[in-house]
Structures are given as C-alpha cells and as structure tokens.
Design a protein around this ligand. Structure first.
Ligand code: MOS
Length: 727
C-alpha cells in the first residue's frame, strides 16, 4: 500500500509541540550580540544629520552603524536576485530616505533590551521632500512594468473592445483591493556568524539558495562562502521568498563586530520594510450573448509599487485562463508610491484578481438572469483559451457539481434579499478558485545506513506546510521502507539545492527529485542483492526478495553488511521537460459559501463554506485538508478584515500590529467543508501533484462578496467588505 496519500501525522509534529524545533532566532551561539534597526520617520528626503553619541555610550551597546560609518558595499547595496526578483536593499550606503520605516541605522548590543534602549536615543534630522502617497494621484502617472514574475504584462487575443461593443449583454465595473501585510506567526529573523572568510546565516526564509545568492552578490563574495541554515520556518506566505535588508545588515554588523549578531524583526517592523500585497484597482468588462456565452473579457489592473523598485500584483493572470473566450485583453500598470517595495503575498494576483473577475461574473449572471454556476459551466475552458493547449489534467467540472451538491446550491433562489432568519439576511454565493502549476529544478540525495534506515536530503524548505512529512512519504514508497525508518532533512545550503518554497511549487518540484534519488538507491541495492536479476527484485518494508524465489529474502541491513557495511548513496536532479510545452498546467476549485448579515448592524458572518479542489494527486490527505482550510480562512480574512492603513501625511502604516491589523479568530470562522477530486496529474510530473499552498485563498473573497450581494442586494466592489459598506 502506498504511503503517499495516507493522512499520516506530521513527522516534525513532536519537535514542534515540545519546543525542540529550532527556529532562526533560537540558535545559541557563543558571544551572540543583538541588533535592532532604527527606522526612518519620513517617507521621502535625506538624512541631514544623525547623532549616535548617546546610543554609543548607552549600557551594553557594542556599536552603531549608519550611512556615516557602514562598510561600503560593491554595488551600493543593490542586489540582483534571480529568481524571484531583484530587490533594492536599504543597507546604509547613503543618506537618502525612500520610505517611512526604512532601515537607516543599526544598534548592536550585548542584549536585546540594551539594543532597543540604544536605538531609542539615536537622533536624526531630515531634509524632507514631498512624498507621493496618494494612489489616486499616482495612477495618473501609471507606467507599464518591464516584466512580471510569470507571463507578459499585457496580452490580447481577438478584439476585446470590438466584441464588447457588439455584445448583447455587458457588465463593466471597477473593483479595488487594499494594501495588505503578511503576518506569519514567526516574524523575519536572522543570525549571522562569520568564521574567518565564511559566513553562516540562520535565517527564516522560503528560499535558502536565494538568500545565499543575494547575500553573496551584495557583499561581493563567492556564494560558496555563504551557508544558509533554515530547518524550521514559522510561516512564509511570500514575504520570506525574497531577501530583505535585515539579512544583509546582520551579516555586515557581525563582520564589523567580530562576533555573531542576531537581528529579529519586531511585529511592527513587518509592516513596510519586508513587503506586502499591493493595493489594486481593477476594471473588469465582460460581454456575453443572451445564452451566457462570453464574447469579450477586458481586465485592466493598476497596482501600487514603490518608487525605488517595481513589483507587479498580477491580478489579470487568472482572467487569461479561467474561461473560454475568443476576445480577451488584459493589461497591468503600476502606480509608484514612496513606500517600501511590495512583494508576493499568498496567491499574488490570483487572490486579488479572482475577487474582481468572479464578482464581475456574478454581476453578469444577474444581468443575464442566469444562475451563477450555470454561467461558469456555459464558459467552461476545455483547453487553454489563448493557446488551445490541453490541460495536463482538469477536474473543475466535477468540483462544481460535487461542491454544489454538498452545499445545497440547487435550493438557492436567484433573487437577492430572499432568505432571512430573524434579523439575519442570508445570502449564498459561489466563485471559481484557481492557481497556476509550475515546477522548479530541484535535487536530492538518499543514503542507506548500515542499520537499514535511510537519510534523505534536499536543500528545500518547510514553511509550515508539511515538506518534512510529504518527502518522508515519497521516500518511503520509493525505498520500500516504513516512514519511521526514514530521516528527511532540509533547510541547509550544504544539501543538494532546490528552489524557492513559493508559488505552490515545493511538492511538485522536490518530490520528483526525492523519488528519483530513492529509486536509484533502491536499484543499486537490488543489484548487490541479486546481480543480473534486478528486474525480479521486490523491495518492501526494508526487505528484498526475488519474485521467482520468494524464499530468497534479505534485509536491507544484511545486504549492506554483505557488501562491506559502508552506506550506499544516490543523488538525483529533477526538472520539467517537454511536458511544459505540450500542456497548460493549472489547478482549480469551486467555492460556495453562506453569509449572514445583521440587517440593523451590518455585521457579516460566514457560517459555512464548501470548497472542492482539482489539484492533482494528494500527497497527504490530512495536510492537504489543513492547507485548504488555512487558505479559506485567509480568504475570509481578505474579504472581511485585512487592510494596511497608510497615513497619507507621512507614509507610515498606522495599524502596524495584530490588534489593529485584523485577522480572524476562531469565533469568526464557521464550518469549512473541503474535498478533493480523485486526480493524478502524471503529465505534469512523476508524482502527479500540482501543489496546494495558495489556491485556498483564491475565489473565496469573490464568493463572499457575491453572497453579500445575494443577502442584501448591495454590490460591494471593494475589499475588505465592512459593516459600514452595508448600513
Ligand atoms: Mo507564496 S506568495 O509564493 O508564499
């Protein structure tokens, strides 16, 4: 029986619940010093003077770094990181201030408390300039991005405007989403330690190899001299996919101080210097025939970026693949503000984009007087709408049908405001969820040890999603060993390299490498066991036997001992091949939800959600369900709560804490019913899995907005939907 798919418990669970799992800020090093960042308090200008004398004399302070005395870096601190993107870092190289909250000095002390106290007495005088902080104004000077993480900024096939003008039924509306900020439970943290010319970084990151490359390039040293260690990460969600200033600052400080330095960001420092989801304004125009067939789609997106660097929230991406339509145009523009550079935040583009597109589809359904699910089915994309390429696998039709059945959608009256329970107006809404499937190159090694257990390694990450567990399962099947007899290790650049744990790619990328390494190891063992009869060898539960002669049995440990007792090892590299050109690869889901709106107070609750997903083969049914529940909860959060409030006077995010940056608590979440289609996408990769990290947050904000309309008759085209939008 296959170990893959089984709902086994997390292999790292006991380490986590006992506190044994070591996170970046928890590594104990001798003579460890603590650094605290001093942040700018203006949005634009320069530092006229910085007085660090009081800080330098403060108890326990080891040193203060600012642009006056910081080591000069080879490229002025501009690092080029590939992938995922270039990030302009703030590394104390000059007196320019680019945004409020930018690191402008670093205080290093013997304790964290001494560093905080020292940072408080650094005095800065600025020459202020007028910042651009107003999205409405910045929009008028919007520019086209040079590139996006995936795809081109603008695409068009057919003639969308002409088809729109001639359409029998049209909707044309503008939807907005706010700035949002990642808040993993573990904020960013780095410990930097130099031993001579060699730098070790204990870092909370989604991408150890990316950190190594970025830091090496920024410091102008060979990547081989940098080791990045990250065995446990307390959540990533995109913010830890790039290397930010604090990582390099820790390395600079440790070198100057001649001792290891820890730099852990405080919660308020998550708001600004380490990215967040850009604000968007999205025009979606749909044209259809009276029978519901789409004849035109336009999706024009403007998102905010930073003056110091471009980042695109690619909200038009789902529109390019979700529905069959022969006249489609999509554009992406950027409005530059004097703020920190935004970045990837869970399902970048797909979450904000499906809110707009799926709201517009609901509006079209009402314009047509057609059931919203029927409208989706009438425009089902049997192949990639732009290229005509077949999907590697797609079971969205099954998702729609099964989720609708479980939800009871057939009983839904079309008319808004037609269901109530006392003071509560009840609404039912639905939307399509979607996220692209990609693979990245990855490698792995597997070693059989003399006691018959195996050590398997890949330089990937577990950002809390279950990489340790799933890779153990993959190795168990490929090696013919019980999962308890496998030790899977990750999170160290000394291991075979793998890509970023972002874009929902870890399982799809790393599992094929782990599988291949383990299969090679098993083949080598079979050769030792029965030379010339390898094809007849059966490997199961740590024993080899011969199909033709089942009595001939030997344990893995015994085979190794017979061969001299040395460990046996194999390595493998895996990456996508020609299938990438042959197929369109994307995951899908159908989300249905009920909202209740207090008629007098406008309070919105979401008592139940049903989500059905087509995501390829499930590697672990329990972890998969957890991923989707987490994504749906975040979708509720995005729909009803989250927003980073920028002070338009000085560019500070004013709700930079978890008391005022609202996220759901248990009482905010109702019943969540998640199920998966029985799918195995071996056209996409040898393990048949497409990745499930991000699809959960997509679709659901639109489904909630649509349910709010159904409950109240009020179409809210902005997120978050608050009670004052309804009363
Ligand atoms: Mo995802 S935004 O790549 O963590």
């Amino acid at each position: 029986m296959s170990v893959v798919t089984q709902p086994i418990d997390r292999t790292d669970g006991p380490l986590k619940v006992t506190g044994e799992a070591r996170y970046a800020a928890e590594f104990q090093l001798p003579r460890l010093a603590h650094a605290v960042i001093v942040q700018s308090t203006i949005a634009k200008g320069s530092i006229a003077s910085i007085d660090t004398s009081a800080a330098q004399k403060a108890p326990g302070v080891v040193m203060v770094l600012s642009h006056v005395n910081a080591p000069k870096l080879p490229q002025g601190g501009k690092a080029f990181i590939k992938p995922p993107a270039g990030r302009t870092l703030s590394l104390l190289q000059d007196d320019v201030v680019h945004y409020n909250g930018e690191p402008i000095a670093l205080v290093v002390a013997d304790t964290f408390e001494h560093a905080v106290a020292g940072a408080e007495v650094v005095k800065v005088r600025y020459r202020e300039q007028h910042p651009e902080l107003d999205f409405e104004r910045a929009k008028s000077a919007a520019h086209a991005p040079k590139q996006m993480p995936q795809g081109e900024p603008d695409v068009e096939w057919g003639d969308a405007d002409k088809a729109l003008a001639g359409a029998e039924v049209r909707v044309d509306q503008t939807y907005t989403t706010p700035m949002e900020t990642h808040n993993p439970m573990e904020p960013h943290a780095t410990i930097a330690a130099w031993e001579g010319e060699r730098l070790t970084l204990y870092d909370s990151t989604q991408y150890i190899s990316g950190v190594r490359e970025a830091v090496a390039k920024t410091l102008g040293i060979a990547p081989e001299r940098v080791r990045v260690v990250s065995p446990f990460v307390g959540g990533g969600f995109g913010c830890k996919g790039s290397t930010w200033s604090h990582v390099v600052l820790a390395a600079m400080a440790a070198q100057r101080a001649g001792r290891p330095v820890k730099l852990a960001l405080a919660r308020p420092q998550m708001f600004g210097p380490v990215g967040g989801r850009p604000q968007t304004e999205q025009r979606v125009a749909l044209g259809a025939q009276k029978d519901g067939k789409l004849v035109a789609i336009r999706h024009d997106v403007i998102s905010h970026t930073a003056v110091m660097e471009d980042f695109v929230e690619p909200s038009s991406m789902p529109t390019r693949q979700l529905y069959a339509c022969s006249n489609v145009a999509a554009t992406q523009r950027l409005a530059a503000l004097d703020v920190g550079v935004p970045t990837f935040q869970r399902a970048p583009g797909e979450s904000s984009g499906t809110f707009a597109l799926e709201s517009a589809m609901d509006e079209l359904a009402y314009a047509l007087n057609m059931d919203p699910l029927e409208l989706r089915l009438a425009n089902y994309a049997e192949a990639d709408p732009r290229t005509g390429k077949p999907w590697s696998s797609k079971m969205l039709r099954e998702c729609y049908a099964d989720a609708a059945e479980r939800f009871g959608w057939a009983k839904r009256p079309m008319k808004p405001r037609s269901m109530r329970d006392g003071h509560a107006l009840i609404g039912w809404g639905m939307a399509t969820a979607t996220y692209p499937a990609h693979r990245r190159p990855a490698s792995a090694m597997a070693r059989l040890l003399p006691d018959g257990t195996a050590l398997v390694r890949s330089g990937t990450q577990d950002i809390g999603t279950g990489t340790y567990t799933v890779m153990t399962q993959v190795a168990a099947d490929a090696l013919g060993l019980a999962p308890e007899r496998i030790d899977f290790e990750l999170g160290d650049t000394l291991m075979p390299p793998a890509g970023v744990s972002g874009g929902s790619t870890t399982v799809a990328s790393v599992a094929p490498a782990v599988k291949a390494a383990c299969e090679q190891l098993r083949a080598r063992l079979a050769r030792i066991f029965a030379p010339g009869k390898e094809s007849e060898v059966v490997a199961a539960d740590g024993w080899l036997s011969l199909k033709s002669d089942p009595a001939r049995r030997e344990s893995y440990a015994a085979v190794l001992a017979r061969a001299g007792g040395a460990p046996l090892e194999a390595s493998a590299h895996a990456e996508e091949g020609e299938e990438k050109e042959k197929f369109a690869t994307r995951s899908f889901g159908a989300v249905f939800c009920e909202v209740r709106v207090d008629e007098d107070l406008g309070r919105i609750s979401v008592p139940r959600i049903v989500g059905g997903y087509s995501v390829g083969r499930l590697m672990n049914a329990k972890l998969a369900r957890s991923q989707l529940i987490g994504g749906l909860v975040w979708g509720v959060s995005m729909a009803l709560m989250e927003e980073s409030h920028l002070d338009l006077r000085d560019g500070r995010i004013v709700n930079a804490n978890l008391a005022e940056y609202h996220v759901p608590v248990n009482a905010d979440i109702g019943a969540i019913d998640v199920f998966f289609c029985d799918e195995n996408d071996t056209r996409f990769n040898p393990v048949g899995a497409r990745g499930i990290g991000e699809i959960g947050i997509t679709g659901i904000p639109g489904a909630i907005a649509n349910a709010v309309y159904h409950a109240t008759g009020r179409r809210v085209r902005k997120l978050p939907i608050l009670l004052d939008d309804l009363i």
